[in-house]
Design a protein around this ligand. Sequence first.
Ligand code: NAP
Length: 246
Amino acid sequence: MQEKNVAIVTGSARGIGRAIANKLATKGIHVALGDIDPAVVEVGKQISEQTGSKLEGFVVDVKDYNSCSNFYRNVLSAMECDHVDILVNNAGINRDALFVNMTEQQWDEVIKVDLYSVFNCTKQVVPGMIKVNHGRIVNVSSMSWLGNVGQANYSAAKAGVIGFTKTLSKELARYNITVNAVCPGFIDTPMTRAVPENIRQKFLDRIPMRRIGLPEDVANFVSLLVSEEASYVTGEVINISGGMTI
Ligand code: NAP
């Protein structure tokens, strides 16, 4: 293995991705943050100053394969490494609507950002991981994969992520590459802050722990999954939801 572990975290300019990047940095891991929002560059600098770890933010559109290839090349060059050890496929969006009202654009956008992205980014890192016979991939799905009114697009994409996770875990286990998925419940991020207050309250009523999750709740578990302690865990789908079931 190279001297320091290097991780890529997508969708890390804010929310859950940013918390994951921050948590990995506190463990001394070098982190490449990728996001469509150019603010990611500043976020990388800030976390780097706070933790002393090497972090760098890159603009990438994860729904675009070529953008992901360029991103990966730039990461290897900036981090002075020949592979990355950890990939967290976190970037995602929602465009909710009842199916009868859902437009082709809403369908397309969500499938591309939430599902194509996982193929696009994973495709970059796997050859390098195979070469060193080691790797950690965590895909951020959602409990909505089980079905949620108004989210036919999002549920389909997130269910696809789970199928992808299960298959890849079987294909890559022989190279000591683990592939797992996490399903956050209702987490306090800009994505969920857009949800009307009455719906937020309804979610809260369904959470046995009686609190909305924090991005750090997800980050802490992802950090465990990418550690050596989790080296025999692969193909799993773990809810991080304070006990909520959908
Ligand atoms: P968030 O606050 O909206 O952050 C997502 C980040 O991804 C944003 O910075 C966003 O940039 C970026 N992004 C969007 N499209 C992108 C693209 N094409 N390429 C690169 N980056 C892109 O979301 P979050 O709540 O932290 O969610 C993170 C992940 O957790 C998502 O996969 C989401 O589906 C999943 N999740 C969240 C919850 C929850 O309760 N929050 C629950 C279950 C699952 P812009 O701001 O410019 O769009």
